[in-house]
Write a protein that binds this ligand. Structure first.
Ligand SMILES: [Zn+2]
Length: 575
């Protein structure tokens, strides 16, 4: 369909049956109508973009990026996740599926698989190997749980239990919609591509974009060509430098903070040197800076051109998840000169993306939705300066030996380790030990929970066996933990820490800040729909990111994803 009419109007035009009623059609087109059905749905996810960050640094923004969205879209300024574990795969899958982890099944970045007796990484799948041998993640600086956990380098969306909006689009149009997702992070791409689409992500080991045999038998020619061009090499010997003079920034005189992380000599102050192509951590350092987003965009532009996205009447879907904001926040904090300059660069990357989409597809033909998978906390060191003296990191490793737990073990006659491990956000108990002593698992869990609730820094603890009953108090925290509960994947005890109390352990790597709580700084994200003739509006009513997928479904007239619980946002549908 090429004309300005909605599809019904187009059919009327072409149908001889309706010729006698041509006057009706004239009346119809004379009315202001919504722009035509979009040729492209562009879902942008900014990993870790807390809902206030783009507004906080608004005076350094250029035209065409966030400002384009504000001027040409509906900005939901009060959007929060309602599930407890605000981690990357959990949020991305919620954006894609319009539902909570209890339904889509991605309860955490990792969970302990009791059947296989090992830690499982969310989208790991040994049946679908990476097409690039040896491109799996194995570096100490990987700020993910991938390294220790993923037994194979295979990846697929098979662990995602419900359908995504992109799946429904592909089903609705009989496979004629092209569906793609790109991210630095594997889980940022695989989740959004759904089961029907194609995903590409960045290998920090090879510095290339890769995929798995779930999607392709061999790389499309254009992917090989892009990788052969070695775009990452352009950063060799270079550094991430400030875009403006320091005086233009809110944190211009606060570059060096001792709570920031110096990873592989990337440094705590500008300029941050990437090192040389071929250095062990070269590609990793690119991802810890705006360069990661720039590479993601570069790859995506080639994808759009070579796969001809948005070039015919059947709507295509493209998801881009930009990862740099999350990594920069982790190592420098949400109130740092680095996060501020990253925002400047992210804004330019978005402006570049929107200009490219305008040239190739037309922004009038493109429905954009931008959100984030989770927010960001402040670093305890920064909070201390502002007067929050009790902000601290909680040590989960010492839990088993804590006096209260040790006393409990004596009481039950348990000589060995009872609290086996903490894999965020769940504690895992030693089932074998409990069983061999002939104890009731639920009773032991309850006793541990009762003690944990008394710990300094613990806001709430609840066992999974208690979650299976209907005797729990109806509180905000209970509800958020329940939304995160999946009988086959959740661990034994969910631990919620007080606000500004954090876990700080990424495979032994200490970073400045860690999200993953049910508190507002971690649940707060932007939700902005723009383009395709949408009006300008700011909406402060409380909404959720689960609303995005069902709203896209309603907008396109396709059925909602199978587990969707979000509401259709009426402002977006208004004609
Ligand atoms: Zn993160």
């Amino acid at each position: 369909m090429t004309g300005p009419w909605p599809s019904v109007g187009a059919r009327l035009v072409n149908s001889p049956t309706f010729q006698p009623f041509a006057w009706l059609l004239i009346a119809f087109v004379a009315l202001p109508v919504q722009a035509a059905q979009p040729r492209l749905i562009l879902q942008v996810t900014v990993d870790g973009l807390r809902g206030d960050l783009h507004r906080r640094f608004a005076d350094v923004l250029v035209e065409g990026g966030f400002r384009y969205l504000a001027k040409n879209g509906i900005d939901y300024a009060n959007a929060h996740y309602l599930h407890a574990n605000t981690e990357t795969i959990v949020g991305h899958t919620s954006l894609a599926t319009g539902t909570v982890p209890a339904a889509h099944g991605m309860v955490a970045n990792v969970w302990f698989d009791r059947e296989q007796d090992r830690l499982a990484y969310n989208i790991e799948d040994p049946d679908y190997r990476l097409l690039t041998a040896g491109a799996d993640v194995d570096q100490k600086t990987e700020i993910d749980h991938t390294q220790k956990t993923a037994r194979s380098d295979g990846r697929s969306p098979e662990n995602i239990l419900t359908s995504t909006f992109s799946d429904e689009l592909a089903v609705h149009f009989g496979g004629q919609s092209k569906v793609f997702a790109v991210s630095i992070k594997d889980r940022g791409a695989v989740s959004m591509a759904g089961h029907a689409g194609k995903a590409f992500w960045f290998s920090k080991k090879s510095g290339q974009f890769v995929t798995s045999s779930y999607y392709y038998d061999r790389y499309p020619e254009w992917v090989d060509a892009w990788n052969a061009r070695k775009p990452a090499a352009a950063y060799s010997g270079k550094a991430w430098r400030l875009t403006h003079e320091p005086s233009r920034y809110m944190f211009g005189d606060a570059d060096d903070r001792d709570y920031e992380t110096d990873i592989a000599r990337f440094g705590r102050t500008f300029p941050h040197w990437y090192g040389e192509l071929g250095d062990k951590y070269f590609a990793t350092k690119l991802t810890l800076s705006p360069a990661g987003d720039e590479l993601t965009l570069d790859f995506t532009k080639t994808l759009m051109e070579k796969e001809q996205l948005g070039q015919d009447a059947v709507p295509d879907y493209l998801a881009i998840s930009f990862s740099s904001t999350d990594y920069v926040g982790h190592i420098f904090g949400a109130s740092s000169l680095e996060i501020e300059d990253n925002l400047v660069r992210l804004d330019r990357t978005l402006a570049d993306l929107f200009a490219y989409v305008d040239e190739k597809v037309g922004l009038a033909n493109t429905l954009i939705v931008l959100s984030a998978d989770h927010g960001q906390p402040e670093v305890p060191g920064h909070l201390h300066i502002r007067g929050f003296r009790k902000a601290h990191y909680f040590d989960t490793k010492g839990l088993d030996k804590a006096p209260a737990i040790a006393a409990l073990k004596d009481q039950f006659g348990l000589g060995e380790e009872l609290i086996e491990a903490y894999f965020h956000p769940y504690l895992y108990l030693n089932h074998e030990l409990i069983d061999t002593k002939g104890l009731d698992r639920a009773a032991v869990e309850q006793a541990v929970v009762a003690e944990l609730r008394k710990f300094e820094g613990v806001a709430y603890a609840v066992s999974s066996s208690a979650l299976r009953t209907d005797t729990l108090p109806d509180t905000l925290l209970t509800r958020s933990v329940l939304r995160n509960f999946h009988a086959k994947r959740s661990g034994d005890i969910y631990l919620v820490f007080e606000p500004n109390v954090f876990i700080n352990d990424f495979d032994g790597l200490i970073v400045a800040s860690t999200h993953g709580s049910p508190w507002r700084y971690d649940t707060y994200v932007p939700v902005i729909f723009a383009g395709n003739g949408l009006p300008t509006a700011r909406v402060d009513r409380a909404v959720t990111p689960y609303d995005i997928a069902p709203t896209l479904s309603a907008y396109l007239g396709v059925k909602p994803p199978s587990g969707a619980v979000g509401a259709v946002l009426p402002e977006v549908l208004k004609k």
